[in-house]
Write a protein that binds this ligand. Structure first.
Ligand code: DP6
Length: 356
């Protein structure tokens, strides 16, 4: 359960039924409610990627996608309502943040304020245990944790489906960090319904995501800005049209624990997304030379009999997905690979959850 604390002060607040609070109002005592909730969420790595939107206002993606939550990486976020504030205050890894990041959080919190019918601004304190903005899907875990902590702090008790649907307004991929394990994000363009749900729980297949860090610098063009130009690539339509087939093949590979099939479809999907990025106007080159060298090495390792497959998000770091029996050898090779500065590993993880 979230921490909820009440503080007496000024107010013009329509409170519902809590007897002690009503008693306060009856006595004409001016009252303010200070509510706080904290949540944790994991980032996710997509095997079938989302890139491009068909409707920016309703945040509807061009294609459905499929991902796995990454254990050991997480964002923890606490949201505290404070009616004394005149805007949302964002504190990221202990430092107050202004500019684009604060505006993005405030725009997201507006969705929650609207649903809760409560105009209060908030203090948002968030910490990540991994580098942000380097293609490790920090916005996914950030907005999943914020959706859960924020909606709870405002007294909303949203279902998983409603939370996932809400989280995508912060960052599309965040909707996939709400449910646990292996997750699909579906959209019905007719109704505008768009949310993610689990296809299997985290224990179904103990794949490991070994993330080879080639750079922990903030990428120059984030996903949000980058995907706005997706339609300018002559390859985007082809990528999107073929997405249902790839998604089906990927789901089947996961359900059957068929690593060879998963490797083929995951690498194809990653290559297709990067082909779109590189052929957009202006072109986006997220790979570093060593990203490509590592992708080629991973394919060679697979040809040797190791279970390893690569996928890259909007950044140069290479996610090497492997099975438990291949992990030791893969980790040792990654750690010795030129330009790899660190390797982070994560098993499939559970859903976003409230912290006490
Ligand atoms: C390359 O969810 O970060 O990681 O919705 O604009 O915030 P916005 O983008 P974001 O895009 C993620 C794109 C990706 C692929 C994926 O995770 O599906």
């Amino acid at each position: 359960m979230p921490t909820i604390s009440y503080r007496l002060k000024t107010i013009n607040h329509q409170l519902s039924s809590s007897p002690p609070l009503n008693a306060c109002l009856n006595y004409g005592i001016l009252l303010i409610i200070m509510m706080k909730a904290s949540a944790l969420a994991h980032p996710n790595i997509a095997f079938i990627k989302y890139w491009g939107m068909i409707d920016e206002d309703r945040r509807l993606p061009a294609n459905d996608s499929l991902s796995m939550n990454i254990g050991c990486l997480s964002t923890r976020t606490a949201v505290t309502l404070d009616p004394q504030l005149s805007e949302d205050v964002l504190v990221l890894n202990g430092e107050a943040v202004s500019g684009t990041a604060q505006k993005r959080v405030q725009a997201f919190m507006d969705h929650i304020r609207q649903q809760a019918d409560n105009p209060a601004y908030t203090l948002v304190e968030s910490t990540n245990n991994f580098p942000i903005g380097a293609g490790l899907a920090s916005s996914a875990s950030a907005f999943a944790a914020l959706a859960l902590a924020g909606s709870t702090a405002f007294g909303l008790n949203l279902s998983e489906k409603a939370l996932s649907s809400l989280a995508r307004f912060g960052s599309g991929s965040a909707c996939r960090s709400i449910p646990g394990g292996f997750v699909e994000w579906h959209t019905d363009p007719e109704t505008g319904e768009s949310y993610a749900s689990s296809i299997v729980h985290p224990d179904h297949w103990k794949l490991i995501d070994c993330i080879a860090i080639l750079s922990d610098e903030h990428k120059p063009v984030g996903s949000e800005a980058g995907m706005k130009t997706a339609e300018s690539s002559p390859l985007q339509q082809t990528r999107v049209l073929d997405a249902p087939r790839r998604l089906e093949a990927c789901r089947e590979a996961i359900l059957q624990r068929d690593f060879a099939a998963l490797a083929d479809i995951t690498e194809l999907d990653s290559n297709l997304m990067h082909a779109v990025m590189m052929t957009s106007d202006p072109p986006l080159f997220y790979w570093h030379p060593q990203s490509l060298a590592l992708m080629k090495a991973v394919r060679a390792w697979r040809a040797e009999g190791l279970n390893a497959a690569y996928t890259l998000d909007a950044g140069p770091n290479v996610h090497v997905i492997c099975t438990q029996d291949s992990m030791g050898e893969i980790l040792s090779r990654l750690r010795h690979f030129p330009a790899v500065i660190d390797v982070i590993t994560g098993l499939p993880a559970g859903p976003a959850r409230l912290l006490t």
